[in-house]
Design a protein around this ligand. Structure first.
Ligand SMILES: NC(=O)c1ccc[n+]([C@@H]2O[C@H](COP(=O)([O-])OP(=O)(O)OC[C@H]3O[C@@H](n4cnc5c(N)ncnc54)[C@H](O)[C@@H]3O)[C@@H](O)[C@H]2O)c1
Length: 677
């Protein structure tokens, strides 16, 4: 099976997990067959989906017609012969090994021999199922988290015999359905539950030992890990028996540290939820924090030591799956590796375990853990550099720009590399620059740091555009602001129909400062560049193609092959063509009117669409608009390098404005109020 030809999906088991998984697949445009034991159970599953989607409509996440389309893509059935032509099946039946083995046996009978068969098991190993399969190379784990239509995390777990092609294909499908996949070895608890369950269990142990009461532990855990719910409340919500079951399984594999405390078993036997009331004793914060951090640090570093996960994926797992603001390794870095090691030594001494080598060595080095934010893969002479911050939509910060630049230079200098592709992990390309970085430095009054970050970005983009080898931006999902500017510095931009590009900057008080005001007019002319930059208009890939902002739009399954063909045939300098007729009125409107008159509403336009475009300008930051106008106008008269320097020259000025602070700090919270200063 090629890794990109997956179209038909199926889910077995229409319970809590299966119905949610099917819902998410259909929401992202796939046809899904949802199977359960009989029609009644199938209907119950479909009803769960209907209810969840109806809530989505109430909360304005979906429009009613979207819900209808989603539901029309899900076909519920109890007839297994309907699975004959599916490409990937996810099993989500009862957590019972015999039941699951039986399901896999039946799947092997009805599915094509190359269909991928995945299990959503929480407590068994993939090899428990793969070892008895006729075609173990296509069996793997896809471990989703509750609620699977809402929680983005999925652990992709190849078994010992799973083929690389099947793993890659399953991974790609997860990205296509909007999930954030992380890789896990086939080990009990996979990645996240391996440290999350001990986190719950340690909380109960603290209670059992009389170190603190529930209210204190809840409060201290919330404070230490920055979470909304502490361990006891979480257990109440997700089921105390589930925590006991998970700890029992982990204990069987990894020994007494992981085994459930007696107090947890007693609580399950009582049938009651944990009582949460009471006042927290704030004096006990440190004691509770140290114990819980120690356990998490031990498990996280042990599982990376064992090769179950990577540092990056462990932290992504915590942030995306558990919604911790920081993952275990970021928490270790915050505390310092030497202090973290001391806490871990408390754990290893008590349970007679070895100190994970990874942590011991890191503490000796005195350096914090390093996160690899750019992954390089090289296939058939093409080096793909993938920015790997999927939960931050691959936003550009100092570390990303630095690592991308290093990786790019290495690929450019590598004789075995014939072309370079820049890509983003997960659902989007790059959501722009990391806004929090700007706000932090504005708060600290450190404009020089913003300036030097931008200069570094310019240098990276300069190298992208001056490379001897073809450089292609691989766009899927959002490419906003700095992300679009980075793509524009590449020789070609190849997008999928789901790609969307935009310059949101003037709506947050600044202007595109990484070449957007210079490379955009050179590609699409000044009129359309002004339209894009003054309005922040979100432009779907097909429309971006019409005006020449992207170079090709192809279905996801042809994305990599198209890029490889382009690189193989060689890339000529791009010639700008005429603006297509339907776009000319828009171009003229923005070319013919100064930004000031568009902003003040002084331009009379009959056409409704044009009037709407002109109106959008009124809500943007006046100073940012004025500088953008000046820079775009200059682009017609200057060489590119001179234009880029001008863009940098205004950086201090724009970031010193009140509007920049207002725009950047209000993002995602409220509509900014610009004052023009
Ligand atoms: N609930 C969670 O938070 C969670 C999280 C991750 C993984 N999981 C795993 O997902 C799986 C499903 O869990 P759930 O909570 O959705 O369970 P559930 O009991 O809600 O649903 C299981 C469904 O499978 C159906 N089923 C049972 N045997 C079947 C068969 N032979 N053929 C077809 N359908 C069959 C049942 O009728 C039921 O509708 C389990 O393996 C569980 O460990 C659960």
């Amino acid at each position: 099976m090629s890794d990109t030809s997956i179209e038909k999906l199926a889910v077995i088991g229409a319970g809590n997990m299966g119905s949610g998984i099917a819902q998410k697949m259909a929401t992202e445009g796939f046809d899904v067959t949802l199977v359960d034991l009989d029609d009644e159970k199938v209907q119950r599953g479909l009803e769960i989906i209907r209810t969840t989607l109806a809530e989505g409509v109430e909360r304005k996440i979906f429009r009613p017609e979207q819900v209808e389309a989603i539901q029309s893509r899900i076909r519920g059935t109890a007839d297994w012969s309907d699975l004959a032509d599916v490409d990937l099946v996810v099993e989500a039946v009862f957590e019972d090994l015999d039941v699951k083995r039986n399901v896999f046996e039946r799947l092997e009978q009805v599915c094509r021999p190359d269909a991928i068969l995945a299990t959503n098991t929480s407590s068994f190993l993939v090899s428990d199922l793969g070892d008895t399969a006729k075609h173990p190379e296509r069996v793997l784990g896809l471990h989703y988290f509750y609620h699977p239509a809402k929680n983005r995390l999925v652990e992709v777990v190849p078994g010992k015999q799973t083929s690389e092609a099947a793993t890659r294909a399953a991974w790609t499908v997860q990205e296509l359905i909007g999930k954030t996949p992380i890789a896990s070895a086939d080990a009990s608890g996979f990645v996240v539950n391996r440290f999350f369950v001990p986190w719950l269990n340690e909380a109960v142990r603290l209670l059992e030992e009389g170190v603190a009461d529930i209210a204190t532990i809840e409060w201290a855990a919330q404070k230490t890990f920055g979470v909304g719910m502490g361990p006891f409340e979480l257990m109440n919500v997700t089921g105390v028996p589930i925590a006991l079951h998970a700890a029992t399984t982990l204990g069987e594999h990894f020994g007494p540290l992981y085994a459930p405390s007696d107090r947890l078993a007693e609580q399950v036997a009582s049938g009651d939820p944990w009582p949460l009331d009471g006042e927290a004793d704030e004096a006990k914060l440190q004691t509770v924090a140290d114990r819980m951090l120690g356990v998490v640090f031990y498990v996280a570093t042990a599982l990376v030591d064992e090769g179950v996960s990577s540092i990056e994926d462990t932290d992504i797992g915590a942030r995306v799956g558990l919604r911790w603001p920081k993952g275990p390794f970021e928490l270790i870095n915050r505390l310092g590796t030497a202090a973290a090691l001391d806490l871990v030594k408390g754990v290893t001494a008590r349970w007679e375990l070895a100190v994970p080598k990874l942590l011991a060595e890191q503490a000796t080095s005195g350096e914090p853990f390093h996160f690899e934010l750019v992954r390089r893969t090289t296939r058939d002479g093409i080096a793909t550099l993938t920015i790997n911050r999927p939960d931050a939509m691959n936003a550009l910060n100092e570390a990303v720009v630095g690592q991308l630049h290093e990786a790019f230079k290495a690929a450019a200098a590598d004789d075995a590399v014939s072309g370079i592709v820049i890509a983003g992990a997960g659902k989007g390309f790059i959501a722009g620059a990391d806004i929090r970085f700007f706000v932090r430095n504005l708060d600290a009054g450190d404009l020089d740091r913003i300036q030097s970050f931008t200069v570094d970005g310019h240098e990276l983009l300069h190298d992208l555009s001056h490379c001897d080898k073809p450089v292609v931006a691989r766009l899927h999902g959002l490419a906003l602001g700095g992300g679009l500017e980075l793509a524009l510095a590449c020789d070609r931009i190849v997008a999928t129909p789901k790609a969307v590009v935009a310059f949101p900057e003037t709506g947050i008080g600044i202007y595109p400062g990484l070449g957007g005001t210079q490379r955009t007019p050179r590609r699409v002319g000044t009129g359309l560049a002004k339209w894009l930059i003054y309005t922040g208009q979100m432009l779907p890939a097909e429309q971006a193609l019409q005006i020449g902002l992207v170079d090709a739009v192809v279905p996801y399954e042809r994305l990599d092959a198209t890029i490889a063909d382009m690189i193989a045939t060689g890339i000529e300098d791009r010639q700008r063509g005429e603006t297509p007729e339907p776009w000319q009125p828009l171009e003229e409107l923005f070319d013919d009117h100064a930004v000031e008159s568009l902003r003040s509403g002084g331009v009379e336009v009959d056409d409704e669409k044009l009037a709407k475009a002109a109106k959008k300008v009124r809500f943007k930051a006046p100073l940012a608009l004025r500088i953008a106008e000046k820079l775009i106008d200059a682009s017609a008269r200057t060489e590119l390098d001179a234009g880029l320097r001008m863009e940098l020259d205004h950086l201090h000025e724009i970031f010193s404005t009140e509007d920049a602070y207002e725009g950047l700090s209000s993002l995602g919270r409220r509509r900014p109020e610009f004052k023009g200063r």
